[in-house]
Design a protein around this ligand. Structure first.
Ligand code: ADP
Ligand code: MG
Length: 226
């Protein structure tokens, strides 16, 4: 019996993982299929290819994340402009935001600041937080992305603020545990991956949330650690 239980638990975990991966991949896939149909009808625009490439890269990253989860996170740091990184990420999320009736505001007080990070992985973290914010606002709303430097502590602070459903204290305490999800189609793997990536950068994540009011996520990254 014990063995059977373990087997069925394994199967249900695999099922959950599969459902989650399918869910994550469906959005970029739908947009790629739509664009290739347009191109077949000769409504070709050069920017379609850029979008297709970006969506394919996103799917590639997702699959890589899945197969690498549980293994130690390795990061490849490059020097990059934090403001550019935020702009590129917002650009990637624009279609998604429109679909969710969400407005994204960026408040960046450090326009030309450079940060030494794994750009791909931090982008993935920001995308995960923004998706959670969208999903917390089923009727749409505003997301504010704020970027500041804490010169005293040599840190970057990135804040992602939504006006969504918020969380209870108990929910906040569970954040980052693998498979913790309150969503019907949720997977509960987004935040564990984010925590891994931020810890690999020697940074930290803080949540302030109130049920029914909204959530603020603070990402803290050390400024110079080459
Ligand atoms: P998933 O999105 O698949 O559920 P995550 O690891 O991304 O998995 O998030 C885990 C849980 O944390 C969510 O199911 C939700 O309950 C909660 N959560 C995360 N971000 C937010 C947010 N911005 N607002 C409300 N709840 C959130
Ligand atoms: Mg999520």
């Amino acid at each position: 019996l014990q063995q059977k239980l373990i087997e069925s638990e394994k199967l249900s975990t695999i099922g959950k993982l599969g459902a989650g991966l399918a869910h994550e991949i469906r959005n970029p896939l739908t947009s790629i299929i739509g664009l290739t149909h347009l191109m077949k009808e000769n409504k070709y625009k050069a920017e379609y290819l850029d979008i297709i490439t970006a969506e394919l890269e996103r799917m590639d990253n997702l699959v890589n994340q899945f197969v690498s989860y549980g293994k130690p996170t390795t990061i490849n740091r490059v020097s990059c402009c934090i403001h550019d990184l935020i702009r590129e990420t917002v650009e990637l999320m624009k279609n998604n935001a429109r679909l969710h009736n969400v407005n994204i505001y960026v408040e960046c007080s450090v326009k030309d600041a450079e940060i030494y990070i794994d750009k791909h992985k931090i982008k993935q973290v920001l995308i995960n937080f923004m998706k959670n914010a969208f999903e917390a606002m089923p009727d749409g709303g505003n997301i504010c992305l704020g970027i500041e430097t804490d010169l005293k502590n040599n840190e970057f602070h990135i804040c992602i603020k939504d006006e969504g459903i918020g969380m209870t204290k108990e929910q906040v305490d569970n954040l980052g545990k693998p498979f913790f999800t309150t969503k019907e189609n949720g997977l509960g793997m987004g935040l564990p991956i984010c925590f891994d990536i931020i810890h690999a950068h020697n940074g930290r994540i803080e949540f302030h949330s109130e049920k029914g009011k909204g959530t603020e996520v603070y990402l803290v990254l050390p400024q110079n650690n080459e």
